[in-house]
Design a protein around this ligand. Structure first.
Ligand code: ATP
Ligand code: MG
Length: 397
């Protein structure tokens, strides 16, 4: 028997009747994510996903890395499986973790026995294996309160497993159990984080990006596609709808008072996103808005912007500080791309004195000079669909 990954399920275990469906979805997700790395057996027992390489050709390191990006898993450990005898458990611990133990000054063994027919209790297992390991590594001190290294032994139904400390998983819920959302993705720091946060709740996502060539460059578009690609590392592939927004922005500039530019532009974004969302079967819109961050993110402005659509608008970052958002962007690997200095269409024709407390009637009045439906139809016609996916092999190392 060989190396195997054990991944502990998160909140999924609390979901009562839906538990089976959640587990099935997670198992399918893990199977799909393991495909590029060879043949793996994936099964779930006792609230644990087992991922077992089936032959020598498997890229076990690549697979292990990829497992850290699967939603629905709270923690994961890379183990050595062995027969359920004390001799095999000791041998497995010695060969698999011996080097780790050589580097530590103190250690302990922690055991769990879900197979109650195993003759020793968990404490008995820990004492016996701990004693043997201490003998094999005379420099090591046993410290049950504050050990430098912990050896874990789990005696389960099919086998016993030996491993070091578990690593944190991606958390959240398995992709696919929470429906589908359309994320308005800009090239900034916030919206990729919003996309990640909604995806983490088990939601499949599609992205919509508004692009104002020549005011925004081809590089700005590439940047957004790269951000989408980075998020797909967590949530699987997605489509990015790139909407030609130039005519709408020019129509607003030419026909509306400057202080309303951003508001009216954002109302168009919402309307167009809603249509695209419905085409993709998305049941909500998601933005990276954050209360008070800019003029268009006051309660009044967001109320006026959201009033043009029926789908709920979710704003996962609404109450967060910039610092927290940046921390997540760094963690998920989008920050570096987000801070590349290309223009976004929001920064084109920005009013000097934007309305921060707009009134809906007023906005409707200044907007009424535009042929809203015709502009939307034109923009939708001028939309390019790009399929984006993370190439799993890139992570293989
Ligand atoms: P971000 O960092 O996500 O760009 P921001 O703080 O710059 O956000 P705004 O530019 O006002 O804020 O945009 C608010 C939200 O509107 C964004 O988080 C995003 O969801 C959406 N948005 C803005 N510009 C675009 C765009 N060009 N295409 C798609 N969505 C956009
Ligand atoms: Mg922005």
């Amino acid at each position: 028997m060989n190396e195997i990954f054990l991944m502990k399920l998160g909140e999924i275990v609390l979901k009562g009747q839906n538990k089976r469906q959640f587990e099935n979805t997670l198992r399918q997700n893990v199977r799909r994510r393991m495909k590029p790395y060879g043949e793996f057996d994936v099964y779930i027992m006792q609230s644990t996903v087992y991922v077992e390489p089936m032959n020598e050709d498997c890229d076990v390191d690549g697979a292990w890395e990829a497992c850290h990006y699967i939603f629905g898993v709270v923690s994961l450990c890379r183990c050595r499986a062995c027969e359920k005898t004390m001799e095999s458990i000791f041998q497995a611990a010695e060969t698999y973790l011996g080097e780790e133990l050589d580097c530590a000054k103190s250690f302990k063994v922690e055991s769990k026995r879900s197979d109650k027919s195993f003759p020793l209790t968990s404490i008995g297992i820990s004492q016996a294996i701990g004693g043997q390991l201490a003998e094999a590594h005379p420099h090591l001190r046993v410290d049950v309160h504050n050990p430098e290294y912990t050896v874990y032994v789990e005696v389960r139904d099919l086998a016993a497993y030996v491993h070091g400390p578990a690593e944190p998983g991606a958390g959240g819920l398995p992709t696919g159990v929470g429906g589908r959302a359309a994320v308005l993705l800009s090239g900034g720091i916030d919206s990729p984080v919003a996309a990640y946060m909604i995806a983490k709740r088990g939601v499949e996502i599609e992205c919509v990006h508004f692009f104002s060539y020549p005011y925004t460059s081809e590089q700005a578009k590439e940047k957004v596609l790269e951000l989408a690609r980075l998020v797909t590392r967590y949530c699987g592939r997605m489509t990015v709808d790139i909407v030609g927004f130039t005519q709408i922005q020019e129509a607003i500039r030419d026909n509306c008072p400057e202080e309303y530019f951003t508001l009216i532009m954002r109302r168009f974004m919402m309307r167009i996103s809603e249509r695209i969302a419905r085409d993709h079967g998305c049941k909500c819109l998601v933005t990276g808005e954050n209360l008070g961050q800019v003029a268009s993110q006051t309660m009044e402005a967001m109320g006026v912007t959201g009033a043009v659509v029926d789908l709920p608008i979710f704003t996962p970052l609404i109450g967060m500080d910039k610092e927290e958002i940046v921390r997540i962007a760094r963690k998920i690997g989008t920050l570096e791309t987000s801070i590349l200095p290309y223009e976004d269409c929001c920064t084109v024709f920005t009013p000097k004195h934007p309305k921060t407390k707009p009134n809906r009637k007023e906005v409707e009045k200044v907007e009424s000079v535009l042929d809203v439906e015709a502009l939307i139809a034109q923009a939708l016609e001028n939309t390019e669909k790009v399929m984006v996916r993370y190439d799993e092999q890139e992570t293989g190392n």
